[in-house]
Design a protein around this ligand. Structure first.
Ligand SMILES: [Zn+2]
Length: 385
C-alpha cells in the first residue's frame, strides 16, 4: 500500500535510485515513521541551538542558485529537508535558466513546471507552479518575484499568454505580483493583496541594509507597482484553451482568502499552505483572523471547505503543497480532516507543544501540534481564555 512518505521516492529520486540511494531513503523513512510515534517536540525537531537564538541548519543542499540561505527562523522537519536535498541534488529535470538565476525549474508533468525558489525570510522555501495549456498558461503564486519571473515564464511557455493567480497573500507567495499587470485570486483575498506597499520588502534587511535570512542582490527584487487585482468567485475556471481548465476552489484556513486550484487533466490539486509536510497551519480553534472574513480562519470553517475538496476527489489523485514535498497522495487530505476533527473534539488533546516557534508570534506563543496520520502535523492556535 502506498503511503505519502513513500511517495516522495517517486518524485525526489528520479535518478537517485540508479545511484543506489533508494535504500538510504527507505531507511530514513523508517526512522521517520518511528519518530512520528514519539510525542516529544524535541524528537520531532532534532535541531540544536548554536549560540543565542540561532538554530543550526540541516545538512547543506548543493545548489547553483544565485541566492544563498544564511539562516532559517524555524527548525525544519528532517524528512522534509531530506526530500528537498534528494530532489534538488539528484532530480534530472532540474534546470536553472540564465534569464532567472534565482529559480530552479523542475519538469513535474509534460506541461507542468515546479518553480522552486528561496523563501527570502526565515521560513521554508517555496514552490510556484506553472501549467502550460494548449493556448494559455497559468502561474500559481509569485513568491518574492526575485529575478525576472515574467521572462522565465515566457521562456517556459514559449511566450503564451499567462494567467497569474495567488493561493494567498503571504510574503513568500504574493510579493512577486508586481512582476505582472493582473493577478487573479479568490474575491476574499483581494483586500489583502491591495495592502501591498513600497516598504513591504524592508523587513528582509537589517538596520545596516544587510540581508538577514538569504543573500541576494536587492536590485533583483521587483520594483513596487500597483497591479490589477481580479477577485473571482469560488469555482472560477481558468481557460487554458481547447477545453483545458483549472478551477479555483475557496479554502480559507491558513489565510482568510486562501484558494486551491484543481487541474483535472493532470489530476492534481495545488493546495497552497493549508497542508504541508513540514507543519500544516490551517486555522485556529477560537482565534479568528482580524481582517475581512477572518472567521474563515477558524478550523471549523476550514474543515467545511476541506470536506468540499475531499468530496471532489474523483477529479484528482495528487496533492501539490506550496512548500517541501509535492506529488503527495490525496489520502493526506482525508487524514488532515481526521486530525482537525480530533482537535475540534478536544483542543486540549494535542500531541505536543512546540515552544520554539516565535518569530512573529502573537498570543499564544508556541504552537499546539496534532499528528496527521502518515503525513506530518497540524499546528493550531488555541486561546484557552
Ligand atoms: Zn502562508
Amino acid at each position: 500500500m502506498k503511503t505519502n512518505r513513500r511517495e516522495f521516492l517517486r518524485t525526489a529520486s528520479a535518478g537517485a535510485a540508479a545511484l543506489g540511494l533508494a535504500g538510504k531513503i527507505a531507511a530514513a523513512e523508517t526512522k521517520a515513521g518511528a519518530e512520528k510515534k514519539a510525542v516529544k517536540a524535541a524528537e520531532t525537531f532534532p535541531v540544536h541551538l548554536v549560540g543565542p537564538g540561532r538554530r543550526k541548519m540541516m545538512w547543506p543542499i548543493k545548489s547553483e542558485l544565485k541566492s544563498v540561505r544564511i539562516k532559517h527562523d524555524a527548525p525544519i522537519d528532517p524528512v522534509s529537508w531530506a526530500y528537498m536535498k534528494e530532489l534538488r541534488e539528484n532530480n534530472k529535470t532540474r534546470v536553472i535558466y540564465p534569464v532567472n538565476p534565482y529559480v530552479e525549474v523542475y519538469t513535474l508533468r509534460k506541461n507542468l513546471f515546479g518553480l522552486f525558489t528561496h523563501n527570502l525570510d526565515g521560513g521554508g522555501d517555496v514552490w510556484m507552479f506553472l501549467t502550460v495549456g494548449p493556448e494559455k498558461a497559468l502561474l500559481i503564486d509569485t513568491a518574492y518575484g526575485l529575478g525576472d519571473l515574467k521572462g522565465l515564464c515566457d521562456k517556459l511557455t514559449g511566450g503564451k499568454p499567462l494567467y497569474v493567480a495567488n493561493t494567498h497573500e503571504h510574503f513568500d507567495h504574493a510579493y512577486g505580483n508586481a512582476r505582472f499587470d493582473k493577478i487573479y485570486c479568490h474575491e476574499y483575498l483581494a483586500p489583502y493583496l491591495a495592502q501591498q506597499n513600497p516598504h513591504m520588502f524592508d523587513y528582509l534587511f537589517d538596520d545596516y541594509g544587510d540581508n538577514i535570512w538569504v543573500e541576494f542582490d536587492r536590485n533583483d527584487l521587483p520594483k513596487f507597482k500597483k497591479y490589477e487585482i481580479a477577485g473571482v468567485p469560488d469555482g472560477y475556471k481558468f481557460d487554458l484553451g481547447k477545453g483545458y481548465e483549472i478551477e479555483l476552489m475557496y479554502q480559507g484556513g491558513h489565510s482568510a482568502g486562501h484558494a486551491c486550484f484543481i487541474d483535472k487533466q493532470n489530476r492534481i490539486v495545488f493546495t497552497g499552505d493549508n497542508i504541508i509536510v513540514d507543519t500544516s497551519g490551517c486555522g485556529t480553534v477560537n482565534a479568528p483572523g482580524r481582517g475581512p472574513h477572518g472567521e474563515e480562519q477558524l478550523l471549523s470553517a476550514y474543515r467545511k471547505n476541506l470536506k468540499r475538496l475531499v468530496d471532489r476527489g474523483a477529479d484528482f489523485d495528487w496533492v501539490y503543497p506550496s512548500h517541501f514535498m509535492i506529488d503527495v497522495d490525496k489520502s493526506a487530505l482525508t487524514n488532515e480532516m481526521e486530525a482537525i476533527d480530533a482537535i475540534l473534539k478536544d483542543p486540549n488533546d494535542y500531541d505536543f507543544w512546540d515552544a520554539s516557534w516565535g518569530k512573529s508570534a502573537t498570543a499564544p506563543a508556541g504552537r499546539y501540534m496534532k499528528h496527521i496520520n502518515q503525513f506530518s502535523v497540524v499546528y493550531y492556535g488555541y486561546n484557552k481564555g
